[in-house]
Design a protein around this ligand. Sequence first.
Ligand code: ADP
Length: 498
Amino acid sequence: MSNDISDGHVKIPTTVKFTKLFINGQFVDSLSGSEFETIDPRTGEVIARISEGRKEDIDAAVKAAREAFDTGPWPRMAGAKRAKIMLKWADLIDQNASELAALDAIDAGKLYNRCKAQEIPAAANMLRYYAGAADKIHGEVLKASGEFHAYTLMEPVGVVGHIIPWNFPSNMFLTKVSPALAAGCTMVLKPAEQTPLSALFYAHLAKQAGIPDGVLNVVPGFGPTAGAAISSHMNVDKVSFTGSTEVGREIMHAAASSNLKQVSLELGGKSPLLIFDDADVDKAASLALLGTVYNKGEICVASSRVFVQEGIYDEFEKKLVEKAKAWVVGDPFDPKSQQGPQVDKKQFEKILSYIEHGKKEGATLLYGGKRLGDKGYYIEPTIFSDVKGDMLIAQDEIFGPVMSLMKFKTIEEAIMRANNTKYGLAAGIVTKNLDIANTVSRSIRAGIVWINCYFIFGSDIPYGGYKQSGFGREYGMQALHQYLQQKSVVTPIYNSPW
Ligand code: ADP
């Protein structure tokens, strides 16, 4: 495909250069020769045909990763040398940010400018953060009984399988591979079938940076075939998954019934945002709208349940609707757009059917609810009021720009209703009152709580789920430790008694 993309004044020529599987340092056709189409959600048209990885291709990729782990240089290399290669890769990503952003925009409908200015630089910085840790991985000397010298070694866990979703193709890719690389693991990554393009480009840049062959393999394909082949593989030591709670459950089953590989899961959410009477109403309404419609609502921490205290509720509702009316949905390459199209037809139809369901359940459609235009998968920011906690729209993860707005009286009631969900990924609080902020942040069962902000992520802020939002942590040193295992070594100080 060749495409001219407007970047303000500059025209960026974008060609989809990489469409094959990346195994053992080479771009190769799938063994079956089969391909699948990746679609542009702005139009519903085909962008490119991609080699489709299946079980036999995953086997080949795992074999390459296994050899690279068992006999290759990467796990044995000095941490500082691994870091140098990772830093070079990060620089290459920065240099290619325009092209990578264009790929995520055409493949996932993400805003081009935001990808280029924020998401891709943040993804490159993930590599830099973990490169900084690569030469600081060590065990400790233990206080064993006087007869013995004992210490621990921190060793890479082995061959890792990463299975990632389509909503943040760049960020997810680097979130998974950066700590695993720093730890000395080798890996097979399966991007989501909706968004394989940037993943293959990252693989190309990794090779250019000097990541040895076999260390990083990228195999596009579908979940029940390629994904399941990873989670049930006897030679994969750990699987790290981000996606839906339903698929997370299948992955755990597959891991348990194969080789008991280690599992970490970052799953769905239905995150509450609690806004108290003392909040600045205008700012709170902006935050609530952004929390719901950022990245078209295709973000697992979306503040899809907004609870507002009764004293400011009416004013809040009015401001929220005004802001939703002014929110610009449009082509992701247009710098004025604040929201692009949903990722594909399936998600688009799923979101619209939830909206219909919300109306039938008796919620009031305050704003939006319709598709925009007659081409592509654009949906208006949508706000429901009069939502009851047990309605489907208040319980299910919709993964679209749809807010359930609810009124509350007391702090205790707000906490109880906010926790009335099977998920526990994130939460937000808006208040100037420190007592409320402290009480609520400690009472909400979620892996991250934002006070007077939302969506603040960083390589150094651990992030992950409570309850059915999963377990394990991304980012921070916690993520690095998920790719390490501890070995204790014990030796007699004096002559062995045996
Ligand atoms: P979504 O519903 O948002 O598409 P999924 O959880 O279905 O999210 O997909 C996330 C990732 O999991 C994708 O890469 C997808 O291909 C993969 N996947 C889907 N089903 C399975 C499965 N049964 N086993 C392993 N991976 C799967």
